[in-house]
Design a protein around this ligand. Structure first.
Ligand SMILES: [Zn+2]
Ligand SMILES: [Zn+2]
Length: 412
């Protein structure tokens, strides 16, 4: 299928939201736009996941989405109760593992074979105050004094070393791009807005990575929408950053993105009638979302130095493996013996080989990219291998089969 064909297929979703990208819009209008888009697509079932900052200012955003979208499209949890699966943490970070949980909860489609739409809304936020000189972004009058909003994002920007800031740092530096340096190029007046836009965009990307990697319980279309709430003294508004469609209804998969790019230095800000607008050169086009496992796999194949070292101990263990490849218990024992050897001999090659072949947690994606750029980071690689080893006990038989096949192929 061509890009135009697959885009046309999801026109119902893109059509409603595209006019809102980069344009400040009242919160309820964004919620209604999502609802009309869902109604136009007419999916047999719908679920909603909402990720926001835990800041009290974001309650308005949560309640507006509840009223405008969740209440009307999601299934009844109990009498009068239609609810989204929600994450609220500092700065509105995507929590690894949450999308598969939401997918599982809403996997209710009847008859079997019918699909569901999972709307994943991700909001970052920024405060707005209005003074004589016009608007100021990044602050809000709260409880009678000026307060930074989003405090989580700003603490990260100021170099906080608390775990949540470390998590943000990993995402902001994904694929070797120093987005903090790019933010420095943004006009200081709009830097807080750019920070929030980029954050929402990057958290959405993490959710997409997981949607691409997760094997859904029932056929699923994920619609992942990123936005920034503008917390104001009066009613809040929102700037939609963009949306991803990840189609996992069958073997033929489609992953599309339409919205602002991830380089804040390309954003152009304008303001008219108390309405903020952001444009960049990425906006007009729909493009295919990348497959990060494949990128790592290609990099591994391209680079000659990323080979597993030959070792008689590994070869000896694997020699017996072929006979036992149908015994799940024996497979686990073999893998449990080989992984520590690989962690010792060629950790980087092994970690990247596994990741590229779809083995191990997708939450290692940023670490894997970092390893491709800097093969000296063997601690990162060892951590990935250790994690795989720890999870070995809980892996389904088809996973251990795959690991063994990859090892046998690598050791010919
Ligand atoms: Zn729970
Ligand atoms: Zn916040």
């Amino acid at each position: 299928m061509t890009l135009a064909d697959s885009t046309a297929r999801f026109e119902a979703l893109f059509e409603r939201v595209t006019p809102l990208i980069g344009v400040e819009t009242p919160l309820d209008q964004v919620g209604f736009a999502l609802k009309f888009a869902v109604r136009q697509l007419r999916p047999p079932a719908v679920g909603v996941q909402h990720i926001t900052c835990s800041d009290e200012t974001e309650r308005e955003c949560v309640e507006t989405l509840q009223r405008c979208l969740v209440h009307d499209v999601s299934p009844r949890l109990k009498f009068g109760n239609h609810s989204a699966l929600r994450t609220a943490n500092l700065a509105g970070r995507y929590e690894w593992g949450s999308l598969p949980v939401a997918e599982n909860h809403y996997a209710i489609t009847q008859p079997s074979g019918a699909y569901k739409l999972l709307v994943v809304k991700i909001n970052a936020h920024v405060g707005v105050t209005r003074g004589n000189g016009g608007r100021t972004y990044g602050r809000l009058d709260r409880y009678g004094r000026e307060s930074i909003v989003c405090s989580g994002l700003h603490a990260f920007l100021a170099g906080s070393q608390v775990p949540f800031a470390d998590e943000l740092r990993e995402v902001f530096q994904a694929e070797g791009c120093d987005r903090l340096a790019l933010l420095d190029r943004v006009d200081p007046r709009h830097r807080s807005v750019a920070l929030a836009l980029i954050s929402a965009r990057l958290q959405a990307r993490s959710a997409v990575l997981e949607a691409q990697d997760h094997r859904p319980e029932t056929p699923t279309i994920y619609w992942i929408v990123a936005g920034v709430t503008l917390n104001k003294p009066d009613r809040d508004s929102e700037i939609v950053v963009g949306s991803y469609v990840v189609d996992r209804r069958g073997e033929a998969t489609t992953d599309l993105y339409r919205g602002l790019g991830d380089d804040p230095s390309h954003y152009e800000f304008s303001e008219a009638h108390h309405r903020l607008e952001i444009r960049d050169d990425q906006l007009p086009t729909v493009r295919e979302a990348r497959d990060h496992r494949r990128i790592v796999d290609q990099e591994w194949k391209r680079r000659g130095e990323l080979r597993l070292s030959r070792d008689t101990r590994v070869q000896k263990v694997l020699r017996n493996a072929r006979e036992h490849s149908n015994d799940a218990g024996a497979r686990k024992a073999i893998i449990a013996t080989v992984i520590p050897l690989l962690a010792d001999l060629s950790p980087v090659s092994a970690a990247l080989l596994f990741f590229g072949q779809g083995i191990g947690g997708i939450y290692h994606a940023y670490r894997a990219h970092r390893l491709c750029r800097d093969v000296e980071r063997s601690d990162d690689a060892r951590q990935m291998l250790e994690d795989l080893e720890e999870r070995l006990g809980t892996l389904p038989p088809e996973e251990t089969k795959k690991i063994l096949e990859v090892l046998l192929a690598a050791y010919g």
